[in-house]
Design a protein around this ligand. Structure first.
Ligand code: NAD
Length: 495
């Protein structure tokens, strides 16, 4: 069994997190940096500067982060030495980014004690997107946006095509596209990257990966949690903006893209863009026919009573917490192959999975009495329990004729590679420091995705639009099942 290979240290860096006291920073970014430090990837001279409106000094911030690490890093990964080392890298700058007079504080802190004059500077914007433009402008004004600086943008990048363009233009006035990292943490997941390796570093799949052999593709990203404390944000966003426009469409791209000449930042993104541009254009009729919006009602989730969405946000709402859709990638490889996507909150389970369902054997050789032949299916499990499973039909051992049985070939990452699977942010944050944009979304990709969902946003903005209700803890509204039944298919639920 092979363990993970040793991590190569990155260059010294001043890693500034705007929103350094926020949920994202404390729950995801700082634990990821801690784990990279633990594995020896952060060199001396790597500083982490939290920026927020909170009136805390360096000491206060250090103890806040120490508490967050003990809450969000598994106990067996925490060691006192590494916590001390990471905490020693931390600084905090109190700054209201909208107040010009505060910005000298960040400038002075970054200039003071930097590893070198031209140290790499990362500016991670874990704040509301409305602040992205102003932050970049101020970084430019105080001379912190240099050739060695990179900016990281968290989702959501806009709420529609126009607002995404506004954000992209504001950021693009200061930073070159090669220095802009639009993060989609799905792309940092091991199993998602392995999808590219499985497709392009092996030969057996490629001849089958097309409309001749693939019947259809299903992509599911379901959560069992409700909106919880994110209600006020979520009610303005909904599942289409929060999940489909970014994560689900990115997964479609990775499944459907053509092999790039080599794996490199532009070639991979060029191929993904072509997939987005080939998605079947939506008309109002297609939106009504092929796209289902749902919203959870009260029910039982994870064995406990769960309130309705309306009760969680405190009012009736037409925001969707569930989307199911049928689409097609209209190119030579995929002509006529349906791609069914669904995502929802308060579903029966938390699972992200891509299922490629192959066609039935062309000729039914075995009499039905010998058992069913099921179409081959490749399940790519993104989370939890990352891995792959190929469903096949085999002969049940035993004398006296042939009996057919479905069986599966399993590749569990945990079993094959051992150890812990790194969190997506660990990989992505180090890619930012290295300047590798391959796993980040380019401006044209984000805008192509918004352009494709625009007719849905438009249709669903009508006052008469109402998502269909589904009880919490189920697989979504009945209409989502009908969407596939209409085509003689059904959703693959986890076994
Ligand atoms: P949060 O409310 O917990 O924290 C916001 C942070 O921004 C705080 O540190 C606050 O002090 C700082 N801030 C706000 N206004 C500021 C200003 N004018 N000047 C300086 N600092 C300011 O928010 P969060 O959950 O950490 O999310 C931050 C952003 O990241 C949001 O846009 C959110 O949509 C996005 N995001 C969050 C998550 C998540 O898991 N929390 C996931 C993906 C994207």
């Amino acid at each position: 069994m092979n363990g993970p290979t040793a991590a190569t240290p990155v260059e010294p860096c001043d890693f500034t997190v705007f929103g350094g006291t926020g949920d994202l920073a404390l729950r995801k970014l700082l634990p990821a940096l801690y784990l990279r430090d633990r594995d020896g990837q952060l060199p001396d001279g790597f500083r982490i500067i939290g920026v927020s409106r909170a009136e805390v000094d360096d000491e206060g911030y250090r103890s806040m982060v120490e508490d967050a690490l003990s809450e969000h890093v598994a106990a067996d990964e925490l060691t006192d030495d590494v916590v001390r080392r990471l905490v020693g890298r931390l600084h905090h700058v109190t700054l209201d980014v909208e107040d010009v007079s505060d910005w000298h504080r960040l400038h002075d802190r970054l200039k003071d004690g930097a590893a070198s004059e031209d140290v790499i500077r990362v500016f991670y914007l874990a704040v509301a997107p409305a602040l992205f433009g102003p932050i970049c402008e101020h970084l430019d004004q105080v001379g912190l946006a240099t050739d060695r600086s990179r900016v990281v943008l968290e989702k959501p990048i806009g709420t529609d095509l126009d607002t995404a363009r506004t954000v992209n233009e504001a950021v693009g006035r200061v930073f070159d596209e090669s220095h802009i990292f639009r993060i989609d943490h799905y792309l940092g997941k091991e199993s998602v990257q392995n999808l590219l390796v499985t497709r392009f570093a092996n030969t057996f799949l490629e001849p089958l990966w097309n409309s001749r052999w693939v019947d259809h593709v299903q992509i599911t990203v379901s959560e069992s949690l409700g909106v919880g404390e994110r209600g006020s944000y979520y009610d303005r966003s909904g599942a289409l903006r929060d999940m489909v426009q970014n994560h689900l469409l990115q997964l479609v791209c990775l499944v459907a893209m053509e092999p790039p000449t080599y794996v490199d930042r532009e070639t991979v993104r060029d191929e993904k863009l072509k997939v987005l541009q080939a998605l079947r254009p939506l008309t109002p009729e297609l939106v009504d026919r092929d796209i289902v919006a749902g919203q959870y009602a009260a029910g039982l989730c994870d064995g406990a009573p769960a309130p309705s969405y309306a009760a969680e946000v405190g009012h009736e709402s037409s925001t969707e917490t569930y989307v199911a859709m049928r689409t097609e990638v209209q190119n030579w490889r995929w002509a006529g192959v349906p791609f069914y996507l669904r995502t929802g909150k308060r579903m029966a389970e938390r699972v992200s999975e891509i299922v490629v369902v192959f066609k039935e054997p062309p000729h039914p050789m075995f009499p039905h009495s010998e058992g069913p032949t099921e179409p081959n299916r490749l399940h790519i499990r993104v989370q939890p329990d990352e891995g792959m499973r190929l469903h096949m039909t085999a002969k049940e051992p035993g004398p006296g004729g042939i009996r057919l049985r479905p069986v599966s070939l399993d590749l569990s990452y945990a079993a094959a590679f051992g150890g812990r699977s790194p969190d997506a942010y660990e990989r992505l944050l180090m890619d930012v420091v290295r300047g590798n944009t391959t796993l980040f979304m380019r401006r044209d990709e984000v805008e192509a995705a918004w352009a494709w969902v625009a007719p849905i946003l438009d249709r669903w903005s009508r006052p008469t639009h109402r998502p269909r209700r589904y009880p919490a803890g189920t697989h979504g509204p009945v209409a989502a099942a009908t969407l596939l039944e209409r085509d003689g298919r059904s959703w693959q639920e986890t076994e």
